[in-house]
Write a protein that binds this ligand. Structure first.
Ligand SMILES: Cc1cc2nc3c(=O)[nH]c(=O)nc-3n(C[C@H](O)[C@H](O)[C@H](O)COP(=O)(O)O)c2cc1C
Ligand SMILES: CCCCCCC(=O)C(=O)O
Length: 362
């Protein structure tokens, strides 16, 4: 056992300054294995764990695996176009970096490395409210669009200031996380007594766990009333909430179960996506995350009605293993696999990816 995997091991510094050889990392599962070897136990457990019995974590993957593809043959697949347009920006491919907290426990360069990796991979990066690096510093190194993920805290004037700061540094959209009124049961994190090392701070967050005023639809109206950037709701899992979100005037919806980290036994996101897509009926962009690990998963999510997907855990593992290089490697692997999946199913444009891509028994 590596020292860092000894439960008694106490990190003496934020995180080892690791930069492992990434040349033999072929897919995102390889990367998680490597990350498990090199991350501190506390950081690894924080990233890898889900809520309670982790059934939803498992279902996210199983449901994606259980969908079968239905290729169309003899199409001219010599030219692919994977571009999408979201809120006025053209993205070269429909995969974004999901907001994840505390990057400095994963790599000493923290969110700066993530932003640099996103830049190399031409990916949009959604910064977490729990960033351990000030927004101005991230914006300074970013070369691709940034979005901001908002946790609404009790002090609404601080929330307003934070939204305005995100706008001022150039964030292009605001993802309001609506699935975490209180923290979920996180047994694995409790077992390692998860806490931030003293030298790591999340400068914008002050006790989400002690909320007195819980987020409601009235707060979404309030955010919409002053936000100058599109407001998306992150954490929608059923058509009724999606409808209410559209009626509330949001600009987009992220179908998410928080990677199974909050409420265990909610369904896999890929399973609820078609019903939500039917309800939303393209009135606003629909994004999805949860368990995306393969290019075929991206294709399946788009086929079931998503306009784009986000990836969380793999980016954290990439960051831990190789800083910016690790982050760009994750995005490049997924993008390349996605392009191949399009080619091999005979779909050359994003618009041509519809439910016929999914195999159904005759
Ligand atoms: C380590 C970690 C930290 C996260 N932190 C946040 C966060 O600060 N805000 C948020 O809205 N979601 C957070 N999430 C959830 C992700 O944004 C995203 O919904 C999820 O990770 C996607 O699933 P995947 O990890 O299976 O790709 C976090 C997820 C992980 C794994
Ligand atoms: C008190 C809730 C902490 C949440 C931290 C960030 C997050 O969303 C996560 O999934 O972890």
């Amino acid at each position: 056992m590596n020292d860092q995997h000894n439960p008694e091991f106490k990190p003496t510094k934020t995180v080892p300054n690791t930069h492992v050889d990434l040349s033999d990392i072929i897919n995102l599962f390889d990367l998680e294995k490597r990350a498990a070897e090199i991350m501190t136990k506390m950081a690894y457990e924080y990233v890898a764990s889900g809520a309670a019995d982790e059934l939803t974590v498992r279902w996210n993957r199983e449901s994606l695996d259980n969908l079968k593809l239905n290729p169309s043959v003899l199409r001219d697949v010599s030219q692919l176009d994977t571009r999408i347009s979201l809120f006025g920006d053209e993205l070269p491919y429909p995969i974004l970096i999901a907001p994840t907290a505390f990057h400095k426990i994963m790599h000493p360069e923290g969110e700066l490395a993530t932003a640099r990796g996103a830049g190399v991979a031409s990916a949009t990066y959604v910064i977490s409210s729990f960033t351990t690096t000030p927004l101005e510093e991230i914006a300074e190194v970013a070369t691709q669009p940034l979005w901001f993920q908002l946790y609404v805290q009790d002090d609404r004037s601080l929330v307003k200031d934070l939204v305005q700061k995100a706008e001022a540094v150039g964030c292009r959209a605001l993802c309001v996380t609506v699935d975490t009124p209180v923290p979920g049961i996180r047994n694995r994190q409790d077992r390692v007594n998860f806490r931030l090392p003293d030298e790591v701070k999340a400068p914008y967050m002050h006790g989400l766990g002690d909320q007195k005023k819980l987020l409601t639809w009235a707060d979404i109206d309030w955010l919409n009333s002053f936000s100058n950037i599109p407001v998306l709701l992150k954490g929608i899992l059923n058509p009724a909430d999606a409808e209410q979100a559209v009626q509330a005037g949001v600009s987009g919806i992220i179908v998410s179960n928080h990677s199974g980290r909050n409420l265990d036994t909610v369904p896999a996101t890929i399973d609820v996506l078609p019903g939500i897509a039917n309800q939303v009926n393209k009135r606003v962009p629909l994004l999805m995350d949860g368990g995306i690990r393969r290019g075929t998963d991206v294709l399946k999510a788009l086929a079931q009605g998503a306009d784009a997907v986000l990836v969380g855990k793999p980016v954290c593992f990439g960051l831990a293993c190789g800083g910016a290089d690790g982050v760009s490697k994750v995005m490049t692997i997924l993008r390349t696999e996605f392009e191949l999946a399009m080619t091999l199913t005979g779909r050359t444009t994003i618009a041509s990816i519809d439910r016929s891509v999914i195999w159904k028994p005759a």
